[in-house]
Design a protein around this ligand. Structure first.
Ligand code: TXA
Ligand code: MG
Length: 318
């Protein structure tokens, strides 16, 4: 009796009814629906204003639950799954006929993710269908790491948000797939290239231009604040800075710039903490209506590379 009133039971009931809700994961909040429900899938595209050619990522409770959804598990990707899942890693695998074409945009691959957030795991165990759950933001905007970010984006258009607190990782999952027997990183995340190479050996970087397999979600402009964003080396910030701009630095402020214009990602110099804080600070800065946001390039290692990647896309101009 009691159990039916828990938020997680409400979430499970709504999803089973074909509703779309927001769910927490350790990376960012997702807009979730039943993978097999055409209406739920359509609603997700509509809420996000996401182009139909951009496929949806699938969430399952564990690797075993992914087996019916895929044709084969390349040994290197299986090894990654065994070592790193549940966690912030998504694998691109050849899909079985069970996976509707409407969620893969016609591609023969499906993106599989096993989240580590305890509420997401509990929810996935409670329902008997996989969840499609792209990040809970309108197309090209910054992913949400807090319930209030999701509310600000969707308001009453969204029936329910399962509150899982602030996301502990704060950046979208690393995406890995294979092309011509070669493992490739399609999207960087806090699980770094180095960490992956330590497990399976050399890994390439997906190059959207040379590749035959499109990954439309990796558009150059993406993850972007409304405010103009500029990514540059720390040494150049002082010369570019003008009053009315905000400055986003990694660890330490720049002494010649007013302290109230500066925002620090991690006072301890922790890249993991910087990743966790990045979207929260960008959401806040966007509301403060600065003229522009000047961002310091981070050390190009581990989560630093992933942060630089997001800032590069945020600052991309056509
Ligand atoms: O951390 C995450 O991955 C979060 C949380 C909510 O799980 N989700 C997320 O979803 O970031 P989304 O849709 O915002 O980003 C997933 C990316 C998109 O760029 C999409 O194009 C790509 O994965 N993708 C999804 N399915 C794919 C497929 N079958 N083939 C190639 N790329 C795919
Ligand atoms: Mg997204």
């Amino acid at each position: 009796m009691e159990k039916h009133h828990t938020p997680i039971a409400t979430a499970a009931a709504l999803l089973s009814d074909g509703e779309v809700i927001a769910i927490p994961t350790e990376t960012v909040y997702g807009l979730a629906g039943n993978m097999y429900n055409e209406n739920a899938v359509a609603k997700i595209y509509e809420l996000k204003k996401r182009p139909k050619q951009n496929p949806l990522i699938v969430h399952v409770a564990n690797i075993q639950a992914a087996t019916p959804l895929i044709k084969d598990f390349p040994p290197k990707l299986l090894l990654l799954a065994e070592k790193l899942l549940p966690g912030p890693l998504t694998l691109l695998l050849n899909k079985s006929d069970l996976v509707p074409n409407s969620i893969t945009a016609g591609s023969n691959r499906v993106a599989i993710r096993v989240p580590a957030h305890p509420l997401a795991v509990e929810l996935l165990k409670m329902i008997d269908f996989p969840l499609v759950a792209p990040s809970a933001n309108p197309y090209t905007r910054i992913s949400p790491t807090k319930v209030k970010h999701v509310q600000a984006y969707f308001g009453s258009a969204l029936k329910f948000i399962l509150d899982g607190g602030d996301c502990t990782i704060g950046l979208e999952s690393t995406i890995v797939g294979m092309e011509d027997n070669q493992p490739l990183i399609y999207r960087q995340g806090v699980i770094s290239k180095q960490e992956i190479e330590n497990i399976i050996g050399p890994v390439g970087n997906y190059n959207a231009i040379s590749s035959t397999m499109p990954t439309p979600g990796l558009a150059p402009r993406h993850y972007a604040p409304q405010t103009e964003t500029i990514l540059t080396e720390r040494e150049k910030i002082e010369a570019i800075f003008e009053s009315g701009m905000a400055v986003l630095v990694f660890q330490e402020g720049i002494s010649s710039i007013p302290i109230e214009a500066q925002y620090v990602l991690s006072e301890n110099g922790s890249l993991a903490e910087a990743a966790k804080n990045l979207y929260r600070i960008l959401h806040d800065l966007d509301h403060k209506r600065f003229k522009s946001i000047l961002c310091e390039m981070l050390p190009d290692i581990g989560a630093g590379s992933a942060i630089n990647d997001r800032l590069r896309r945020a600052s991309y101009k056509n």
